[in-house]
Write a protein that binds this ligand. Structure first.
Ligand code: PAF
Length: 275
């Protein structure tokens, strides 16, 4: 595995025509969720490039940028074991410029749900993802469905800017107790982790209600809130949307999403199901 820190070098390698390239963008602190993206990329491409960069522009003032887990040594080992060909680890100074052009998230999709509580977050995500996709020039890029809104906005950016890259959405990986894997789970102590399970429990119960024929979004949301309130400290939102992030009054099977954001202690967790 080759480790590349310099952006120009990464661009040179990408230009020199690595065969079919699959790309996984990460902020490091890699876990099984990232590994499953890497494995999928390896199955579907000749080469896999992974980036590790904790992107400051997607953190708001007062968020966890400083304490976000950084584990370079472990990330390198994980990538080497997972069969990554190139690990791209840029530095702030060689990926951002002074007074640079901005990519802005769409006015509606970028400022609801996650974007309502974290205004400007998706501007930062799209800005770095646009840069990474331009630098790496992959044929396919793999993103987790756990960050559903991020995935949908990246798909939209690639479509709106006529970028020739296939965006592949990959299933959420969960611990055996149901908790969706996230780099932020390390912030949870044992008791908080137990309470955080109410998030996946609420989503599972909504999915069971839908299987039994319930379609009404309000009723599903209120059943979920009841479960959530027994575990988490604050429910930020529970929403039923279509795959374009439009709010739905009724579930349309094969076209819907239920999304949750909740706080356990100081830790903000998100999860969802695609129905
Ligand atoms: O999902 C993430 O880890 C980040 O938002 C991403 C896509 C790597 C951009 O920094």
């Amino acid at each position: 595995m080759r480790i590349v820190r310099d952006t120009n070098e990464m661009k040179r390698i990408a230009k020199s025509g690595i065969r079919e390239c699959g790309f996984v963008a990460t902020m490091g602190a890699l876990h099984e969720g990232h590994i499953s993206l890497i494995q999928r990329a390896a199955e579907e491409n000749d080469n896999v490039v992974v980036s590790v960069f904790v992107n400051p522009t997607q953190f708001l003032e007062g968020e966890d940028l400083d304490r976000y887990p950084r584990r370079e040594k472990e990330d390198i080992e994980i990538c080497a074991c997972a069969g990554v060909d190139i690990l791209y680890m840029p530095q702030m100074r060689n990926i951002y410029f002074e007074d640079e052009m901005k990519i802005l998230a769409p006015k509606r999709g970028g400022y609801i749900l996650e974007g309502a509580g974290r205004p400007g977050h998706f501007d930062g995500v799209l800005q770095i993802v646009m840069k990474l996709l331009n630098i790496v020039s992959p044929d396919r890029a793999y993103f987790g469905k756990k960050d559903a809104q991020q995935l949908i906005l990246i798909e939209k950016m690639v479509r709106d800017y006529f970028m020739d890259i296939e965006i592949v959405g990959c299933e959420t990986v969960r611990d055996c107790d149901g908790l969706a894997l996230s780099s932020r789970n390390v912030y949870l102590d044992e008791e908080q982790r137990r309470r955080a399970l109410s998030i996946s429990r609420a989503l599972r119960s909504a999915s069971e209600l839908v299987d039994k024929g319930e379609r009404d979004a309000k009723r599903l949301i209120s059943a979920m809130r009841e479960i959530l309130q027994k575990g988490v400290d604050e429910v930020e939102y529970v929403a039923v949307t279509d795959r374009g992030l439009n709010m739905l009054e009724e579930i349309k099977e094969g076209e819907s999403l239920i999304l949750v954001a909740a706080k356990v202690g100081e830790t903000r967790l998100i999860d969802n199901i695609w129905l």
